[in-house]
Design a protein around this ligand. Structure first.
Ligand SMILES: NC(=O)c1ccc[n+]([C@@H]2O[C@H](COP(=O)([O-])OP(=O)(O)OC[C@H]3O[C@@H](n4cnc5c(N)ncnc54)[C@H](O)[C@@H]3O)[C@@H](O)[C@H]2O)c1
Ligand SMILES: N[C@H](CO)Cc1c[nH]c[nH+]1
Ligand SMILES: [Zn+2]
Length: 418
């Protein structure tokens, strides 16, 4: 077994996930203040400091995007196009009617009008890996919602496939800045970058903390920080598959984390052995080992107990590897995205099945949902009351308004009924 595949407690997991975000509060605050005071100048200097790039321009030009096609194989372009089609298909299903009106009783018609946001910003990570798939996940959902202005920020030395993804997704503006400074620029605005209404997308602890600290200026989707997987499994599960899924999350970031919750000590040990074998030749072994240092397993007394523990963890990704996976699913209340059965690795949702891979981490799946079309929409409630309808509810309104001591409210109804 690898030395760092260790027993964990749920409490230590929860503390570790939130702790890694709050540890960077001070440095993120300094970056935000720099961007607030110095605007573009701060973006250039922070990019030099953290990304070691001397930029001549913040914006990514359409010429750079066109040129990127020369560095990407037609097969990869085709893969992006296919993934985009599946993501679009799934997100189209989430659209609600732009307007519905229902006569609730004679003379009282109520409804909801749904409208997209005007201008959103998507953060596309690009520090330790390139994320063209995240371009699709964030911008397809926004486009299907009907957002007219989609802005993207991603760290410099942008990968050619990410540039091609920006083109396929039809992004309106793109900037080569990363980290907390990119989030600050989109939230506060600078000379070059106009502020957005909402910032979505994942990132490392600096990006995620910046989103959380700047939500006063721009709304955010949710904290979508370093990747996580929780696996709930019984003795029937295949340790090789579990180990592969663990390493697939661990390779994202030293702050990524993986937890297996099982009632089988044997399975937990076998998964550890498998991780040791599979990590041996892994290209991103160094990152994986750091992530595994705070990953491990929890032994539950029963599978019911395992389900309760997993609900407390509320992982970003949940993989269910049990004999009766659908009955395990019925007990799950908190998870960002759920992957059922031996042939559904998390990678399906990362790239191409069509679901969104932008997901709440650090236990925030208890209160937030995966990125979808609704994150880019707002709903205005609508009402249309006739003279007859006002007669039906007039007494109730006047009585309640008078009881609240708000005579003008009561009067606005009374004079119409005269
Ligand atoms: N939750 C989700 O939905 C989801 C989806 C995809 C990826 N992710 C996560 O996104 C993250 C991507 O991280 P990444 O690092 O590869 O790319 P990133 O773009 O999020 O972060 C890179 C940026 O961080 C900044 N930075 C680096 N070190 C810094 C420091 N010491 N101080 C201040 N700023 C610093 C730099 O400006 C750099 O541009 C990973 O944690 C991955 O697990 C999460
Ligand atoms: N697993 C990530 C979400 O935490 C998404 C991703 C993108 N590319 C590969 N994986
Ligand atoms: Zn992934």
């Amino acid at each position: 077994m690898v030395m760092f595949w260790q027993p964990l407690s749920v409490e230590s997991w929860i503390g570790m996930r939130r702790g890694s975000l709050s540890d960077v509060k001070d440095s993120v605050n300094t970056i935000i203040e720099d961007v607030r005071v110095n605007g573009d100048k701060a973006l250039f200097s922070l990019t030099e400091k953290f990304d070691h790039q001397k930029l001549s321009s913040l914006a990514i030009s359409s010429e750079e995007i066109d040129a990127a096609y020369d560095h990407v194989s037609p097969e990869l372009v085709q893969a992006l196009i296919e993934a985009e089609a599946r993501i679009t298909q799934f997100h189209e299903l989430q659209k609600s009617k732009t307007l519905w009106l229902e006569e609730m009783e004679p003379g009282i018609t109520l409804g909801v009008k749904t409208t997209p946001l005007d201008r959103i910003g998507a953060y596309i990570p690009g520090g330790r890996a390139a994320y063209p798939s995240t371009v699709l996940m964030t911008t397809v959902a926004a486009r299907v919602a009907g957002v007219p202005e989609i802005v993207v920020c991603t760290p410099p030395k942008v990968n050619p496939l990410t540039l091609v993804a920006l083109d396929i997704a039809g992004v309106d503006e793109a900037y080569q800045i990363g980290g907390a400074q990119a989030v600050a620029a989109m939230a506060l605005g600078t000379e070059t970058i106009r502020p957005v209404q909402k910032i979505v997308g994942p990132g490392n602890v600096f990006v995620t903390q910046a989103k959380m600290m700047l939500r006063e200026y721009a709304d955010i989707d949710f904290p979508a920080g370093p990747s996580e997987i929780g696996i709930i499994a019984d003795a029937s599960a295949e340790p090789r598959y579990i180990a592969a899924d663990v390493l697939a999350q661990a390779e994202h970031d030293p702050n990524a984390a993986c937890v297996l919750v099982t009632d089988s000590k044997k399975l937990a040990a076998e998964v550890g052995d498998e991780i040791a074998q599979q990590i041996a030749n892994a290209p991103r072994r160094e990152i994986m080992e750091k992530a595994l240092a705070h990953s491990g397993y929890v032994i539950a007394e029963s599978m019911e107990d395992a389900t309760d523990l997993m609900n407390r963890i509320a992982p970003e990704h949940l993989s269910i590897q049990t004999v009766d996976a659908l009955s395990t699913l019925s007990g799950i209340r908190h998870a960002g995205s759920i992957f059922i059965g031996p042939y559904t690795p998390v990678a399906c949702g990362d790239y191409a099945s069509g679901t969104n891979h932008v997901l709440p981490t650090a236990g925030y799946a208890k209160s937030y949902s995966a990125l979808d079309v609704n994150h880019f929409m707002k709903r205005s409630q609508v009402q249309m009351v006739t003279r007859e309808g006002l007669e039906s509810i007039g007494d109730v309104i006047e009585a309640l308004a008078t009881a609240e001591g708000l005579a003008a409210h009561a009067n606005s109804v009374r004079l119409r009924r005269e």
